[in-house]
Design a protein around this ligand. Sequence first.
Ligand code: AMP
Ligand code: MG
Length: 330
Amino acid sequence: MLCAALILGLILLAACGAAKPSSLTFQAMDTVMTLTVYGDDSACEQLRQQIEALDAALDVTDENSEIYRLNTARTAAISDSAADLLSRSLSYCARTDGRFDITVCPAVQAWGFLSGDYRVPDDSELAALADKIDYRAVTLDGRCAALSAEAQLDLGAVAKGYAADICSEYLRDTKAQAAVLNLGGTIALCGRKPDGSRFKVGVADPEAPAGYFGYLSLDQGIVATSGGYERYFEQDGVRYIHILDPATAAPVDNSTLSVTVVSDNGAYADALSTALFVMGPDKAADYYRRYGDLDYLILTDSGDLYITEGVYDDFSLVPGYNFTLHKISE
Ligand code: AMP
Ligand code: MG
């Protein structure tokens, strides 16, 4: 009996150990990240180090980063992970017809989104900036990247998604049972929760981003959200957001308030949350019908919420939000 009691005790202890996650909150990639991992207490710290290394390589404002070096030297050998991200990013630029464009950097800078010294460039400056934006000025040959013309790279719109990919991959080889990695607007859901329940991800209310207008119940995947509310400034009563239309070099000014993309590929989800934001709901639906390899939610300022069929039934609206739901089918 003693033996049986001991074994039962050990099983309960093991169950408790597995059920109690470890978590870590820190700042990286210009945002606050919170990692929660079930079943492996050392994983959070390892993940933090990987994210910080990626941040150090990609941060366009850091003189020591690979991207800064490439922007100044115009040609450089870059690390395997930077090359992998650059190659994937270039394919997303092409697929989205340049709505997602990794050479928006000069425009992002001109509006003050990198420094915080916000200003509104005049029309002729904007025309000159728009001329400089063209992802086709970037070439990648193995690990050797080159920029022609006046192109400057900014991988800010995909960095968190790529970090989610690297972290998910890392966790696959550990004893971690499940994890929720909140990388500031981009959330990775890995493994299976100890109690077998699905992950519940809140979708931020653009009017009050600390709250959620709805929830997605998902088994796994990466959920990336882009919203004007994440970074913007106001001048003379006009709000200028940090997501720019590469065609005009100006902040997107359509009806979109936020775009949430769900995919197994984090870099893709992140790139597309930005690109679909630029497209707006109609062109986003065209993209979905053409490629169909992601799911999304798009909220507009008229209170319309467009949800693709793959996640339509996984979404629940918080009572009190009177949005009109539209199911987007392939
Ligand atoms: P996200 O929050 O993922 O939508 O990324 C937005 C960030 O990406 C901005 O703060 C800019 O640094 C950069 N960015 C803005 N507009 C674009 C665009 N159309 N394509 C690619 N990157 C962009
Ligand atoms: Mg993005």
